[in-house]
Design a protein. Structure first.
Length: 230
């Protein structure tokens, strides 16, 4: 017999189990990465867990609070790295490791990363990461105002480039392909008399990768810090 809305069995919680904050966040992450950012709603999450959507409001004020908590759950992987890093490593190495891990994280969780990278969660993972970056920069002997400036620049640089990459990765596959081929389909076809530089560099524009751009930007920033601390 065809499955109907009435007879469809919902996955999720078994009768008698407790709906915890952690279970909600786990399923929210699974849902958004599986079905995309548009799929994340209290109603849909309720269907996934087999509960009424109102049950979530005991744990989260609203959907935005859920999104921020889920994003902080993702970035807890970075907090794990921070806890495990050998404090005797050079300051630059520690920040490079964090930048590498952030880039990899945006690849593993593109949908959730695209939702949260520009936000301030205030959550435990974010607080640990902020403390780590500020402490690492302060350990170089930078003045407080310079350490804060470099902290903000490092954080905004890593988040924005990773977030851009994640946002594209979370797009519909057809849109991703359209963007990926734009340099060839659009810029390489421009009139050479009007756009000589774009035409001359069309092949290189197509070949350069987001990873190369990210690594160059991070190294340039850290080089600047090294020059300042002497």
């Amino acid at each position: 017999m065809p499955e109907t809305k009435k007879t469809r069995k919902r996955p999720g919680r078994q009768p008698g189990t407790t709906l915890t904050r952690e279970a909600i966040l786990d399923r929210a992450l699974e849902l958004v990465e599986r079905d995309g950012v548009a799929a994340l709603s209290m109603r849909r999450l309720g269907e996934e867990l087999g509960v009424d959507a109102t049950a979530f409001y005991r744990h989260f004020r609203d959907k935005d609070a859920l999104v921020l908590a889920a994003y902080d759950r993702v970035t807890d992987e970075l907090a794990d790295l921070v806890r495990e890093l050998d404090p005797s490593l050079p300051w630059r190495t520690r920040l490079e490791r964090l930048a590498e891990a952030g880039w990899a994280l945006s690849e593993r969780y593109p949908a959730m990363y695209s939702l949260g990278w520009a936000r301030i969660t205030g959550g435990p993972a974010e607080r640990e990461i902020v403390e780590f970056i500020l402490g690492t920069l302060a350990s170089t002997g930078l003045a407080a105002d310079r350490a804060v400036l470099y902290y903000r620049t490092f954080a905004d640089l890593t988040l924005s480039l990773s977030g851009m990459r994640a946002t594209v990765a979370a797009l519909d596959p057809a849109l991703r392909e359209k963007d990926a081929n734009a340099w060839t389909n659009i810029y390489a076809a421009l009139p050479q008399s009007e756009y000589p530089a774009a035409i001359a560099h069309a092949a290189e524009l197509q070949r350069v990768t987001e990873t190369e751009i990210y690594e160059l930007a991070i190294q340039a920033l850290l080089d600047r810090v090294e020059r300042e601390i002497g």
